[in-house]
Design a protein around this ligand. Structure first.
Ligand code: AMP
Length: 575
């Protein structure tokens, strides 16, 4: 039985370490002590979730409830707890402090096991209906009553969604492999399995039950796959040199949807694998009416303005991902989905079939659809032909094209040259990156009014597991965007920088690394201030960066990597 105290002690050390190897070893030691069920719980705990993201389950406990529970468990008045929290800025630290000076000692102080703690979290998440808030607090108070100060810190951080250990999924996969094999030799198999089901808890549980089971993991409905990602090149010529004959498709600027159907059940998942089904009733209906019994396919959804007979731009399309006014929105701005891949059909995993075959299936199944239709595509083999398609897509107001390797399987969770994007450049700019915001600045002059003057943006280095800074961005925000950014970012302020941040620059406020922005720039330069690929020396930085848009559809795992920035820098030099 794994004690929760041991888990917290390891978390405490992990927080003070920055090296990925050390984190991996500490976690591997924990996994060694786990039963299969405990291994699943440990994965979710580190990820800060109660169930895989696509189940859309959260604890439903905000700051207010956590504060009330700390007060009730320790015997201090709420205002005192709140005062401390305002100063510390970290609910976990506040929980630790009050737990140290607890007024009431619990009569039944038991050792908490990981299993007991996690299953209490599950109970908290399941409580619903009248009296549920009281029940949630009661369950949390019981946990706090039995916890020591360090345990109290992690319990409160978990329920408040602010665990921030700085441990990414790749590190967890490494740790699982190391705990069993003593090295990372099982990592690739584990990662493949994770990419086709996106449930790390399930992977850990299956693996520790029977390590060989992981090799036969396959695609199945209602377990979303990690989306395949596109590489980029700068010219039609480079694309043809890389792929030869290929299929070139319009790159639609909407939101990506992974659609699953089995019998009457239909679910749709976003690019971040969040369940979107309730927001898009007209799409659910169209999928339910498909003659196939079981199917998983992917497409890009765009909102269509019925009265003006045209597609809406990205920002307006994104308004369809809402929780209210769904009926009216689905009538006035119904979605059209351009299907661009098929992953599963009537019991058959299609991910290993070459794209040329998958494309034929898409055309056969969706050709006559009014709402679900194939993405526009053309098979071609010369740079001139590709350029013509690219120009036509820009004239039609689209973002550019994606060229696809005819022979490639579907690369779940991977960025490969199976898909290559060629995008419109913004003004003089070479390209754009997708980076995560780690901090923000107060505005000067006119911007002071918005309490927002710009953001510090990072890319990700998968080798070190670090977020590396690449730009301070102050341009590209309209007044309403500045207001929106201030509102979003002020809610996720943190007292300390993210644990895995490599940074030499100060900010006014650190934030949880959550929001992804697309940033355009004129060129890449070397800078002593930025840490992107700096290896201790000069890093790479964006020159004249400006925000193109907030990418709420993208998650942390999809931001540009430092390696990609390096290859963009090399492309730029070669020009
Ligand atoms: P990017 O977001 O710039 O990395 O480009 C990849 C994204 O383009 C995918 O995640 C899709 O959401 C979107 N996309 C639009 N049209 C297509 C298409 N025909 N094939 C694949 N992806 C597409």
């Amino acid at each position: 039985m794994l004690l929760f105290r041991d888990v917290c002690a390891a978390f405490d050390v992990i927080e003070s370490k920055s090296g990925r190897l050390e984190m991996t070893d500490l976690l591997a030691e924990l996994f060694k002590k786990c039963t299969p069920k405990e291994a699943a719980y440990l994965c979710y705990l580190i990820q800060g979730i109660i169930a895989p993201p696509y189940e859309g389950i959260d604890l439903g406990m905000g700051e207010r409830f956590a504060l009330a529970a700390i007060a009730s468990a320790t015997g201090y008045p709420s205002f005192e707890v709140e005062k401390h929290f305002k100063k510390s800025g970290d609910l976990g630290d506040t929980a630790t402090e009050f737990s140290k000076k607890k007024k009431q000692l619990s009569l039944l102080s038991n050792d908490l096991s990981l299993e007991y703690v996690f299953e209490t979290f599950q109970k908290i998440s399941k409580a619903s209906g009248s009296g549920s808030q009281e029940l949630k607090i009661k369950l949390l108070v019981e946990l706090l009553n039995n916890s020591d100060p360090l345990e109290a810190r992690y319990i409160i951080r978990f329920v408040n969604g602010s665990l921030r250990l700085g441990v990414g999924d790749p590190t967890i996969l490494d740790a699982i492999s190391v705990s069993h094999a003593g090295n990372k030799s099982m990592r690739e198999q584990l990662e493949r399995a994770y990419n086709v089901c996106s449930d790390l808890g399930l992977i850990a549980k299956s693996f520790f039950t029977s390590p060989s089971s992981i090799a036969s993991f396959h695609v199945s409905p209602f377990k979303p796959l990690m989306p395949a990602l596109a590489e980029r090149l700068n010219t039609p010529k480079e694309i043809i040199e890389k792929l030869g004959e290929c299929i070139v498709e319009n790159k639609y600027d909407g939101f990506r949807m992974q659609c699953h159907k089995s019998g009457d059940r239909v679910e749709m998942y976003s690019r971040k694998l969040e369940r979107m089904t309730p927001m898009l009733p007209e799409v659910v209906e169209a999928i339910r009416n498909l003659p196939q019994k079981e199917i998983i396919f992917e497409g890009e959804a765009l909102a269509y303005d019925v009265s003006k007979k045209r597609y809406l731009p990205f920002q307006q399309t994104m308004h369809r991902r809402r929780k209210h006014g769904i009926e009216a929105a689905s009538k006035d701005y119904p979605l059209r989905v351009f299907v661009f891949d098929i992953l599963y059909l009537d019991g058959k995993d299609m991910t290993d079939a070459p794209y040329a075959d998958r494309r034929k299936t898409i055309e056969k199944l969706f050709l006559k659809g009014k709402l679900l239709m194939p993405s526009e595509a053309k098979k071609l083999k010369t740079a001139t032909a590709l350029e013509a398609v690219f120009d036509a897509s820009l004239s039609a107001g689209l973002e550019g094209i994606i060229a696809k390797d005819l022979a490639a399987p579907y690369a779940a969770g991977k960025r490969k040259f199976a898909w290559i994007k060629l995008k419109k450049s913004y003004g003089k700019s070479v390209d754009t990156i997708d980076g995560v915001i780690v901090g923000y600045y107060l505005g000067l002059g006119q911007r002071a009014e918005f309490e927002f003057g710009g953001v510090l943006v990072c890319v990700y280095n998968p080798q070190s597991g670090k977020l590396e800074t690449v730009a301070k961005v102050a341009s590209g925000f309209s007044e309403s965007e500045m207001k929106q950014m201030q509102e979003l970012l002020s809610r996720i302020k943190t007292p300390k920088p993210p644990a895995n941040l490599d940074c030499k620059i100060a900010v006014d406020f650190w934030v949880e690394p959550k929001y992804v922005v697309e940033v355009a720039f004129d060129e890449l330069t070397q800078s002593p201030n930025h840490t992107c690929n700096s290896k201790g020396g000069k890093g790479l930085a964006l020159r004249f960066p400006r925000v193109v848009k907030l990418r709420e559809d993208k998650g942390l795992s999809e931001i540009t990597t430092s390696d990609e920035v390096v290859s963009m820098f090399e492309l730029q030099r070669g020009k």
